[in-house]
Design a protein around this ligand. Structure first.
Ligand code: BGC
Length: 735
């Protein structure tokens, strides 16, 4: 994509247009023919739409951005793109831009989302042509454009797409201008979503119900590209699913109201079809209308996600842990499609703030998330309510707001991005949003420092509140007050780095800690003594007696033998144990295979991270379809323990962006070896260890890039390293 400074200025001279007639659900294609009577030296297409667009010049696809212009808070922010289309130009240039409904409809009600800048889809474009003789012209969208009906009769991200290759697509219909404020136009901030991989179907299954199902062997987010059988008038249908049920039948109940169906009607000619304005989260597809002799090679899953640079890698000697790690990476691929979403399949696919903050640290190791999160954080700030409350989902598509651990995304995500890349600009850009959030919390407190009342999701999907409960047993007020302390702490640290006056927050912080201690700490109330309660007190330094909270936590884990934490506690749990001298117990939790554990889904064949610890039960029945996604990244936050505490690569708050690397490996004979790599701007960091088989001898190897230095913490000792590769053998009994 091109960056041109005058893109917005040009687009502001163009008009938003849409089809003048009612096309119903049919996706329109807007058209303009532009004659170039002199040789063209450069042509740039500036374009955006309310809805998703796909542009073609002389039949060639413009750019590789899938679901352009991306998803932002359209009320105030609509990204525009600029593409260099010089290579596609001829003397007669036919520009065609299809616009699908995009993120305009509510999944469950199929109603248009409230407060959008226009009730209609709308396109705006400017084609800027420079001739070799130095002259130029710009063609703007206006009422001189025409439009036709495409063969896409229906397209919606949740429900899928219907294409009829027999549908007439040659008509020329008028367009009309639409009144959309142009001050919402912004240059593109995020990464482009692109087709990142193609996976072949690996198995054809005839289910007990007699249905024909293809398995791609991996749950992915994207769509299927397939050869449409050449049978004039015949309809072929693809259904998508994440799982087969315990009998081996195709299972779609957990998609809730999202239909995830593709209907294609053949015109008897060959077509390689793939949807253009919809995606699904799936591993399996069910085929209806096809002949018995299906070729697996005719079907490929196209994996679509934000084109971020892969930066982090982990490998170890335990197959299940390795698979767990791969699942976490797939969870990120599946849910970093322009916006950090909860899940890619059911009728949500929303930018749930809580999930994003839980996973931000892991995400920013595995991929370079700078642009991805920067864009989303700008949307978060734009969608923050007047009183400072952060919406539950960003972009905001409905009115829920102000939950602890969800709204805290506004401090935690920028802070994690800062730690990972060492760039204060994300803090500068978000500082006001952070302050507004913590100030909002202040107005919710019944006494200074105590965030009580309000409406929260609690320790979502934890295991201590009974089977059907979603919110967990830990007291909401305890979680809220702990998160408040953490958000104020981050705001203070960010403010100091930026040279801001944070004295009011510095005065507030001890008041919150004190409120926490007075109301929640060690009072014997069961809802204050949960695993998550101890984890929060220890992680955020809220206890005056860490040994006591640590003992309670470990006793509880030892007594039941497993974790009970939900979204709020799980990501911190293993860190707390290893930071407080119980790496052995952390490993026990990591390596546990039975429910509940991180490896349990792996033993059940998971290829992504599940939303619930028991999405599929040991007897292969499912948890409630009302809330059971098999691609939810939150519990995948465990991977930052793999990177940081197993292999041992950590950032340092004092010298972020890995200028100073905190090497904290915890070798384990059970794993045999572990290795993490991280590509930073200064070069590659490597940390690895391996048991060689001779007693307790463990071989370590560390690579520190130029411009960085490292401290190794091992077995109570510290060692300093400058750049270069360092090898050492230590005797280390291991965990
Ligand atoms: C989403 C979550 C989200 C939650 C709020 C769910 O429906 O899928 O991941 O955080 O609601 O508690």
């Amino acid at each position: 994509m091109e960056k041109t400074a005058n893109a917005l200025a040009l687009l502001r001279q163009a008009s938003f247009i849409r089809q003048a007639d009612d096309f119903g659900d049919v996706v329109p294609v807007f058209k303009k023919t532009v004659w170039a009577d002199k040789p063209v030296s450069r042509a740039i297409l500036h374009v955006t739409a309310l809805g998703f667009y796909e542009a073609y010049l002389n039949g060639g696809r413009v750019g590789r951005f899938i679901f352009a212009p991306g998803w932002t808070s359209y009320r105030t922010r609509l990204q525009a793109q600029s593409y260099d289309v010089t290579d596609l130009t001829e003397s007669c240039n036919v520009l065609e831009i299809a616009v699908g409904r995009g993120r305009r409809f509510h999944a469950r009600t199929d109603e248009e989302l409230p407060d959008l800048p226009s009730r209609d889809i709308a396109l705006i474009a400017a084609l800027e042509i420079t001739y070799e003789d130095g002259t130029g012209e710009t063609v703007f969208t206006d009422e001189s454009w025409t439009c036709s009906k495409s063969n896409v009769l229906y397209s919606d991200i949740y429900n899928g797409e219907t294409v009829d290759y027999n549908a007439p697509t040659d008509g020329d219909f008028p367009v009309r201008t639409v009144d959309v404020p142009k001050d919402i136009l912004i240059l593109t901030e995020g990464e482009e979503s692109r087709e990142m991989a193609r996976l072949p179907a690996v198995e054809r299954i005839t289910t007990p119900k007699g249905e024909t199902v293809l398995d791609f062997g991996q749950e992915v987010t994207g769509y299927v590209e397939w050869k449409v059988p050449e049978k004039q008038g015949a309809e072929f249908v693809l259904y998508h699913a994440e799982m087969l049920d315990k009998d081996g039948n195709f299972y779609t109940e957990n998609l809730r109201s999202a239909k995830c169906e593709i209907h294609v009607i053949s015109d008897g000619r060959p077509h390689l079809y793939k949807p253009r304005f919809t995606f699904q989260g799936f591993r399996y597809i069910k085929l209806v209308g096809f002949d018995a002799d299906i070729n697996l090679e005719d079907f490929n899953a196209v994996v679509v996600f934000s084109d971020m640079k892969r930066t982090g890698f982990f490998a170890c000697g335990d197959e299940l842990v390795q698979q767990l790690y791969e699942n976490v990476v797939w969870g990120q691929r599946g849910n970093f499609l322009d916006v950090p979403t909860d899940c890619p399949q059911r009728d949500e696919r929303l930018g749930w703030t809580g999930d994003a903050q839980v996973f931000a640290r892991t995400a920013s190791f595995t991929y370079d998330t700078r642009r991805f999160f920067r864009k989303w954080l700008h949307d978060l700030a734009a969608d923050q309510r007047e009183n400072g409350a952060v919406p539950h989902v960003v972009p905001r598509v409905w009115d829920g707001q102000g939950s602890a651990a969800w709204g805290d995304a506004c401090t935690i995500v920028p802070w994690q991005v800062y730690l990972a890349y060492g760039d204060t600009s994300v803090l500068r850009e978000q500082f006001n949003s952070m302050k507004r959030w913590v100030d909002f919390i202040g107005t919710e407190c019944s006494e200074p420092g105590l965030w009580d009342g309000g409406s929260h999701f609690g320790d979502w999907l934890s295991l201590d509140a009974g089977d059907e409960a979603t919110a967990g047993f830990t007291d909401d007020d305890l979680i809220a007050t702990a998160m408040y302390a953490n958000s104020v702490d981050i705001t203070i640290k960010a403010g100091k780095l930026l040279g801001e006056d944070v004295s009011a927050y510095e005065a507030l912080y001890p008041v919150i800690v004190n409120a926490y201690r007075t109301h929640f700490l060690n009072d014997g109330k069961p809802e204050h003594e949960t695993q998550t309660a101890q984890v929060l007190a220890l992680t955020f330094g809220l206890t005056d007696n860490p040994a006591r909270e640590m003992k309670k936590l470990c006793d509880d884990i030892e007594a039941c033998g497993h974790l009970k934490t939900g979204f709020v506690g799980a990501g911190y749990l293993l860190h707390v144990l290893s930071d407080n001298g119980r790496t052995d117990l952390a490993y026990r939790l990591l390596l546990r295979r039975e429910f509940p554990s991180w490896l349990y889904p792996v033993t059940m064949g998971a290829t992504t991270t599940w939303e619930r610890w028991d999405g599929m039960k040991p007897d292969r029945s499912f948890a409630t379809p009302a809330m059971n996604s098999f691609n939810h990244y939150a519990y995948g936050a465990v991977a930052d323990w793999l990177y940081g505490d197993v292999a041992g690569i950590n950032p340092d708050e004092q010298e972020p962006g890995y200028r100073h690397i905190v090497l904290r490996p915890h070798p384990s004979k059970a794993l045999g070896y572990a290795k993490a790599r991280l590509l930073t701007e200064r070069g590659e960091i490597v940390s690895s260890w391996e048991y060689t088989g001779e007693g307790d001898n463990c071989e370590f190897s560390f690579t520190v890039p130029d411009g960085s230095h490292a401290t190794l913490y091992l077995d109570g000792e510290t060692y300093e390293f400058e750049s270069g590769t360092h090898h050492a053998t230590f005797e280390f009994a291991g965990f």
